[in-house]
Design a protein around this ligand. Structure first.
Ligand code: G3P
Length: 217
């Protein structure tokens, strides 16, 4: 499973990338707002840092303007994936931009039928939001399993990009189900390394080591 980082914070992306943890990056209008940066400027910097796909989201609501925004974003770099919302206009934009050879990430997906439409419109990525489904007491991971089955049933190439990941369990479950990509906030990626028994074990080793009175360096 590929790891995308769900952030527009350059420092986080650079640190995780140096560890080989970054296969791509996703941003959205809220993450751009949080970064306090200009969208074109920060997206250009991210694209220069990362070889994989970097999602940048359109903000127009009608297809004509979405397509124009998408074309402008795609000019930033070859690895841009234009992110469009899962609306009728977003699907039209997806169809047009993919025909032009531009990667498209269809976002704000909350149902299997929406995911089916995105695949038929040629989406490179579909972004189902698991955390926001959990927020309304619907099991977000069940949606991922449904989409996996539907895409496999018909051989759709669209990659399942699990979004709105809030916990390490979301990451494990995404990998078990066979999602293609998980886009993960930096803090959750760091949490993946943690385990209470690792901490406990290390504490024990350090106590015993102190008793030996030895040094390695
Ligand atoms: O990739 C979409 C993601 O950023 C949304 O996450 O936590 O705002 O639902 P969240």
């Amino acid at each position: 499973m590929k790891f995308f980082v769900d952030t527009a914070e350059i420092d986080d992306i650079a640190e995780l990338n140096a560890l080989g943890m970054v296969d791509g990056v996703t941003t959205n209008p809220s993450l751009i707002m949080k970064s306090g940066r200009d969208i074109l400027e920060v997206t250009r910097e991210i694209c220069a840092l990362i070889d994989g796909p970097v999602s940048a989201e359109v903000v127009a609501l009608n297809a004509e303007d979405m397509i124009a925004e998408g074309r402008k974003l795609a000019q930033i770099a070859d690895n841009i994936a234009v992110k469009v919302p899962l609306t009728w206009d977003g699907l039209k934009t997806c169809k047009t931009l993919t025909a032009e050879g531009i990667m498209v990430n269809v976002t704000l997906c909350f149902s299997a039928n929406q995911a089916l439409l995105a695949a038929k419109a040629g989406a490179t990525f579909i972004s189902p939001f698991v955390g926001r489904l959990d927020d309304i007491n619907v099991d977000g991971m069940e949606l991922i399993a449904e989409i996996r089955q539907i895409y496999d049933n018909y051989g759709f190439d669209t990659q399942i990009l699990v979004a709105s990941i809030r916990s390490v369990e979301h990451v494990t479950q995404s990998a078990l189900i066979g999602a293609d990509v998980a886009t993960i906030p930096p803090a959750v990626i760091r949490k993946l390394a943690g385990h209470v028994l690792t901490d406990k074990g290390l504490e024990g080793f350090m106590k015993d080591w102190a008793k030996t009175g030895q040094k390695i360096l």
